[in-house]
Design a protein around this ligand. Structure first.
Ligand code: ATP
Ligand code: MG
Length: 423
């Protein structure tokens, strides 16, 4: 019997057991994009290698060593797409879609990069992306980020933080690159192998190093924002103040650069601490020069791409975590309260399917019980003391929201909780 053939390293099946998370993600982005006037576009998985080389940049890791490239039977050099933006720009130009600028598009599908497989990093992965062409202003950039925030909210992901930076114009970046190169060249002995390789070809990428040993050196390096002229700095300030107005929280990270060459001005990443080293779930920015590089007029562009595997992983871990957190922590003071409380909790578990109640066991003062209630993660405390027993009612306190406490009669508890869980 011959041995079974396995899938290629770094390329995985999406199994039926996790399909509901993929569907939820995909349906959510579809709905949210529609709510902002974006239309879907589907582009080929294989394109001419030159398209990516030109758009992404010869000196990037992606083009230099990560693309799956092969020669077609007629001698054409073709590549599996490593990202979506280059193909979308090609499609927009080829199909004359810019006549109705600004154009808002989104796409979804598999991408291929021959990187070292590890947690959160595979060779076939999936991205959802959005692009806007023909809109220069910070209003577009800011709205893209509000749209991302809405997607996170709809997915129930609440621990993502946003980092932003400005890469300025290509002239400003060139001047900065020279300075950075000069600085790093004097400190060559402190560079790791990856950074040494990047030093002459693409020194900006060294800022993006994932190696913690490089941090100290990089913190002393010249900072890009010092090289921005008034116009770029003003544009970035306008973008930041729009984010403030729209209630989108962010941090400015002066080290934030993007792996692909085509970015200019605003760049951003949405990051989680829950996934270890591969914590960026969405990344993007403005790429005003890209359409021209591809042979069109100098149309401004801005966009982002989300990594679906990382988002699905985050949704899974959040769902598992939520499945353990109680809805209610039962605070009981006095012997009588303990016996009434435990039997009330039993009645609620019986009558209200899905409810998770954690009883305070082992007594303790109100203060220490509330401390435990807080630590449990519960949203509500159900409080039973002497007064409550006398009146045959409980006090319900909201632990995570600033809402007034409520008094609910023992007999109305099931209805109250059924309504609560339904919201
Ligand atoms: P990283 O710094 O993690 O390598 P990148 O700069 O190469 O990311 P982009 O090209 O901007 O990433 O891609 C956008 C998003 O796509 C990333 O933030 C990530 O979520 C996802 N992504 C990129 N490469 C991979 C991969 N090899 N496996 C899984 N997801 C990926
Ligand atoms: Mg990468």
């Amino acid at each position: 019997m011959s041995s079974a053939i396995k899938s290629i390293r770094g390329m995985h099946d999406v199994l039926p057991a996790e399909m509901h998370l993929w569907h939820k993600l995909e349906q959510t982005v579809r709905d949210v994009f529609a709510g902002y006037g974006f239309s879907e576009i589907r582009i080929p998985i294989v394109e001419k290698t030159e398209l990516f080389a030109r758009a992404i940049g010869d000196a990037t890791d992606v083009v230099e060593k990560e693309m799956y490239t092969f020669e077609d039977r007629n001698g054409d050099l073709l590549s599996l797409r490593p990202e979506g933006t280059a193909g979308v720009v090609r499609a927009v130009l080829q199909n004359g879609l810019l006549y109705a600028a600004p154009v808002r598009l989104w796409y979804m599908g598999p991408m291929f990069r021959r990187e070292r497989p590890q947690k959160g990093r595979t060779r076939q992965f999936h991205q959802v992306g959005a692009e806007v062409f023909g809109a220069p202003g910070p209003d577009t950039d800011a709205e893209l980020l509000v749209m991302c925030q809405r997607i996170w909210r709809e997915l129930g992901l609440n621990d993502l933080r946003l980092e932003v930076n400005s890469l300025g114009t290509s002239e400003e970046r060139t001047r900065y690159r020279e300075n950075l190169h000069r600085f790093l060249s004097t400190r060559k002995d402190e560079l790791d192998a990856d950074s040494l390789r990047r030093l002459d070809r693409n020194p900006l990428r060294i800022l993006d190093s994932k190696n913690p040993d490089m941090r100290n050196l990089l913190e002393q390096a010249p900072v890009l924002s010092d090289f921005l002229g008034d116009e770029s700095a003003g544009q970035f300030a306008g973008f930041c103040s729009l984010l403030d107005d729209l209630g989108v929280a962010y941090e400015i990270n002066p080290m934030l650069v993007r792996g692909l060459d085509y970015y200019s001005h605003v760049v951003f990443e949405w990051i989680t601490d829950q996934l270890g080293a591969q914590g960026t779930v969405c990344a993007g920015g403005r790429y005003d020069g890209l359409v021209e590089i591809q042979g069109g007029k100098p149309w401004p562009g801005v966009g982002f791409a989300m990594g679906q595997e990382r988002l699905v992983e985050l949704m899974r871990s959040q769902a598992e975590h939520e499945a353990e957190v109680p809805h209610v922590y039962l605070v009981m003071a006095g012997e009588e309260a303990v016996s009434s409380g435990l039997s009330l909790a039993e009645r609620l578990r019986q009558e209200t399917p899905g409810i998770r109640i954690q009883s305070n066991l082992g007594g303790g003062s109100f203060k220490s019980q509330f401390k435990r209630a807080d630590r449990s993660g519960a949203s509500l405390a159900l409080v039973l003391g002497e007064n409550e027993i006398r009146e045959s009612q409980v006090t319900i306190k909201h632990l995570r929201e600033t809402k007034a406490q409520e008094q609910v009669a023992f007999s109305d508890l099931e209805i109250w909780f059924r309504n609560y869980l339904a919201c």
